[in-house]
Design a protein around this ligand. Structure first.
Ligand code: SAH
Ligand code: SF4
Length: 441
């Protein structure tokens, strides 16, 4: 693998192939948008140094990690590649959750595997299902070291006609304090491992009956049928900045796109960045995924305020990196995300400036209604303003298909489900403390 360790930047100072990107964690909080609305739309090994902490998880592991695990179990060199392929098929194609299901692997090896390893997924702490079929999971990850208390992350699934998009997290928290983003208020706890990123996809596929023999939810909202995948698209738009966790994101993409396993198309994986310019060309060259860029402003002073990373990589540099993005073309457009903030970036003049700025770039524009969160200093632009903005963008030739915000009944701003669960725990702690006080009487 050519990827070098990516910069872990702690500067906390401060599509898909066939249509617009859904915005699972963001397209919330405004009423139904009318016609033609918004699109507006270091590998920590899975086989970690955990021998002393019980079984090692293999779900989410790369081929090399499976090979290592087999070597440790004494599997001979001549047999190893075949065994890796078998495990790979069972874990990623069949979705096996238990070694005993692997009928073509000899029992003694399965027993040895089961003694030292398991196929556990991240634990589901909460699952919410919206009336429109949007699903949101809060997942708890096993600790990676003695100081780690077990991080929690979110992922969201949005079913649509003919496709289903899973929005995955790449970090626990974020170092970049975008002023309108709830995740930006959380410190970076840690990068996710590649296996933890893949684990989010495995959980979703388990829950959606998306592995052979699986049972799809009976609500009829999940795409299903012969050859239809519930999870057909992946967007890295959950918690964290994927390009500050380049190694793990790249390794996860390699697992997700492996043709003998999960076999997702690179063109159906979109990585969203706030503008980590030095990593963008690597993403295109090494991962070959679609790119989404969180633009949100058309001039540097405003973007400096909304996306502080802009002070390091201003708009001109960001757009140049977009022009240079390997593989970008009219058939593979870059998505520019633009969050609609009332009285901040939503005037017709800014819509025109946006169109001017993107001139000549193979671009799609995703207008995202701001999703408010407690304590945020912004409001979502009102409906008419969004309409007017999208009209200008549309008239300039950017498709702005109708898109209703999804999952409003279950979702809040990214990170909110997590903070809800923290509140719950805090409440439980308080109750416990109260009962201790009572107990002292
Ligand atoms: N860190 C990456 C990917 C995760 S954020 C990035 O910034 O691109 C995914 C998208 O959600 C970004 O476009 C981000 O600006 C947007 N976003 C964050 N908080 C939001 C909110 N409260 N309402 C609407 N969009 C939001
Ligand atoms: Fe981080 Fe993206 Fe949120 Fe900015 S918008 S704080 S980069 S998750």
């Amino acid at each position: 693998m050519t990827r070098a360790n990516s910069e872990l930047n702690y500067e906390s100072s401060s599509s898909s192939l066939d249509g617009p990107l859904p915005h699972p964690m963001r397209q919330l909080g405004v009423g139904r948008l009318g016609p033609r609305v918004l699109e507006a739309r270091a590998m920590t090994p899975a086989v970690s140094a955990a021998e002393d902490r019980g079984p090692v998880r293999l779900a989410g592991a790369a081929r090399a990690e499976l090979a290592c695990a087999l070597t440790d179990l004494g599997v001979a060199d001549r047999e190893r590649n075949m065994r890796v392929s078998q495990l790979w098929h069972w874990i990623y194609h069949r979705g096996a959750r238990d070694f005993s299901a692997m009928r073509n692997i000899a029992r003694p090896l399965l027993d040895r595997l089961a003694e030292r390893h398991n196929l556990a997924r991240p634990e589901i702490v909460a699952e919410q299902v919206s009336a429109d079929g949007t699903r949101k999971w809060l997942l708890r990850l096993p600790p990676v070291d003695a100081r780690d208390k077990g991080a929690e992350i979110e992922c969201v699934y949005i079913p649509e006609s003919g496709r289903g998009t899973l929005c995955v997290s790449s970090q626990v928290g974020c170092t970049l304090n975008c002023s309108f983003c709830h995740t930006g208020t959380m410190p970076l706890v840690r990068n996710l491992t590649a296996a933890e990123i893949v684990g989010q996809v495995l959980v979703a596929r388990d829950r959606l009956g998306d592995f052979p023999g699986g049972v799809a939810p009976t609500d009829g909202l999940v795409p299903s049928g012969e050859g239809v995948r519930a999870v057909s698209n992946i967007v890295f738009m959950g918690m964290g900045e994927p390009l500050y966790n380049f190694e793990a994101v790249g390794d996860a993409i390699a697992v997700l796109t492996d043709g003998d396993g999960l076999s997702l198309s690179r063109r159906r994986i979109t990585v969203s960045t706030s503008g980590v310019v030095p990593e963008m060309s690597r993403l295109g060259a090494e991962c070959g995924t679609m790119l989404a860029v969180s633009l949100h402003a058309t001039n540097n002073p405003l973007r400096d305020r909304l996306v502080p990373l802009n002070r390091k990589y201003p708009i001109e540099q960001l757009l140049q990196a977009c022009r240079d993005y390997p593989g970008a073309s009219n058939a593979r457009r870059i998505t520019f995300e633009y969050v609609m903030l009332k009285g901040v970036n939503d005037t017709p003049a800014e819509a025109k400036a946006l169109v001017r700025l993107l001139k000549g770039l193979p671009a799609k524009i995703n207008l995202i209604p701001f999703n408010p969160w407690p304590g945020s200093n912004f409001e979502c632009s009102d409906w008419e303003t969004i309409e007017r903005f999208s009209e200008i963008v549309f008239n300039a030739g950017y498709a702005s298909p109708v898109r209703t915000p999804r999952g409003r009944d279950i979702l809040a701003a990214c990170g909110q489900l997590k903070s809800e669960s923290e509140k719950l725990r805090a409440r439980a702690r308080m109750m416990l403390e109260e009962s201790l006080v009572v107990g002292q009487d």
